[in-house]
Design a protein around this ligand. Structure first.
Ligand code: PNW
Length: 442
């Protein structure tokens, strides 16, 4: 089988095929009166990001959005998942930058003009520095700040978007950023992490309430699920795996859909949760209309021997991407069936991100990326199997439209269907873009 191995006929009618990006990773914060976010300061601190690269220019999408939207339309995609940069909309975290809202307004209209359905994400990690300075996700007030930002943004574009997600990947926002220290603000502090784990869900709930108040519908949240595979069956290995699975995969789904936090994570987090946390569940459980799942890989978990949560990682035997992430397509099928049966029931589910980083380079003005084509073939196949097993999967967004700022890894981890030359900002569709186009327009 060549190409991505499917046609539209292999999926239910009206299945949404899309591609995704996020604001900070592509727009360029030096354009359009964008304010400073904690990612700018994090990137400026040596040791945090490869080559200290930042999103000042990124793909320059702020200026090239029209031709970038053309690439989505010509690729045959039905939908585009994008995010708004909070610091572009509110540079000081409070005052609206009209130029910022105008940009997203044009962008949404540009999608509609091309027949592309807009799937908006409110928070893909660009917290204004002014709010980070006040404690950011550690401060309970973040829920009110996020509610105000939601209101400002959605009262402007909400009438034209197809669907809206509040938070992208709460695990990254809370745990990766405040306990592991891998993303902004780069903290390694259990108390900060516990507070962020709770406040990110409170902010999500408040945001949903605000959007309901505006009369908007089709609202959801995007969680990232990662395979947690114990390296052996020793009790301490299994316990480390259970803590990892609870912190990574269960915490947010359990909060939103069950109004409780998983026991295996509570052991270490409960003493650090903000006072009165139990009373917030009615807000956290605000009804959502769909669930987004980002899936990339699995990790093999061992006991680190260190302090709680004792989560260690061991190298695995599966084929890897250029990020060193193991490729395990069947885990996507597993997570889709698991999320539906344990949490979201009949609610529509979307794969809001899936894709891989490659060492992609141009060769005679082409960009061959056979590993990505196969990756997509195998993961779309897994999605198809999940549907056959009864999962109400309604759409699938490939991460990413184009190579972009891959956070702490900077610019050399290339996830795009379209190659970007970061010196000239020239775009070149990769073989995977052509393969998707052939599948979607064939
Ligand atoms: C997701 N981890 O990030 C994000 O939503 C994207 O912005 C990003 O480009 C994409 O996946 C690829 O990385 C993650 O360390 C970043 O486990 C890091 C992790 C998980 C997801």
């Amino acid at each position: 089988m060549s190409g991505v191995g499917f046609t539209r006929a292999d999926f239910p009618e009206n299945f949404v095929f899309g591609t995704a990006t996020s604001a900070y990773q592509i727009e360029g914060t030096q354009f359009g009166g964008c304010g400073e976010s904690h990612w700018d300061t994090f990137a400026a601190t040596p040791g945090n990001v490869e080559r200290a690269e930042d999103g000042a220019v990124a793909c320059g999408h702020y200026n090239t959005w029209e031709s970038d939207l053309d690439l989505i339309a010509k690729g045959g995609f039905d939908a585009y998942r994008f995010s708004m940069n909070w610091a572009r909309v509110m540079p000081d975290g409070q005052t609206i930058n009209p130029e910022g809202l105008d940009f997203y307004d044009r962008l949404v209209d540009g999608m509609l003009a091309r027949g592309i359905r807009p799937y908006a994400t409110l928070y893909h990690w660009d917290l204004p520095s002014a709010l980070a300075d006040k404690g950011g996700w550690r401060n309970r007030d973040v829920a009110s700040w996020f509610a105000d930002y939601t209101e400002a943004t959605m009262s402007r574009i909400g009438d034209r978007v197809e669907a809206t997600a509040t938070i992208n990947e709460p695990w990254c926002v809370a745990w990766l950023s405040h306990f592991i220290g891998g993303h902004a603000p780069g903290m390694r502090d259990i108390r900060a992490a516990a507070r962020a784990m709770h406040h990110v869900l409170l902010a999500h709930g408040r945001s949903i309430e605000v959007m309901r108040g505006l009369g908007l519908s089709n609202l959801g949240i995007v969680t990232n699920l990662e395979g947690s595979q114990p390296v052996d069956d020793r009790p301490e290995t299994i316990a480390a795996h259970q803590r990892n699975h609870a912190l990574y995969n269960e915490w947010f789904l359990s909060g939103v859909f069950k109004g409780e936090y998983p026991k295996a994570a509570m052991e270490g987090l409960e003493p650090h949760l903000p006072q009165g946390w139990q009373d917030d569940f009615p807000t956290i459980q605000a009804k959502v209309d769909w669930l987004g799942i980002n899936y990339y890989t699995r990790k093999r978990i061992c006991n680190s021997g260190g302090p709680w949560p004792q989560i260690g990682e061991a190298p695995g035997p599966l084929e890897k991407t250029s990020f060193g992430w193991e490729i395990e397509p069947d885990r996507l099928r597993h997570f889709l069936t698991w999320a539906a049966s344990e949490y979201s029931g009949d609610l529509p589910i979307y794969v809001t991100e899936n894709g891989m980083a490659g060492h992609d380079y141009l060769l005679d003005e082409k960009c061959p990326d056979p590993q990505r084509v196969k990756y997509l073939r195998d993961h779309f196949d897994a999605a198809k199997q999940a549907i056959a097993q009864g999962v109400p999967l309604k759409g699938y967004f490939v991460w990413s439209l184009m190579d972009n700022y891959e956070w702490a890894a900077g610019y050399d981890k290339r996830f795009g269907l379209v190659h970007v030359d970061f010196d000239t900002l020239a775009r070149t569709p990769k073989d995977s873009w052509y393969a998707m186009r052939d599948a979607l327009t064939g």
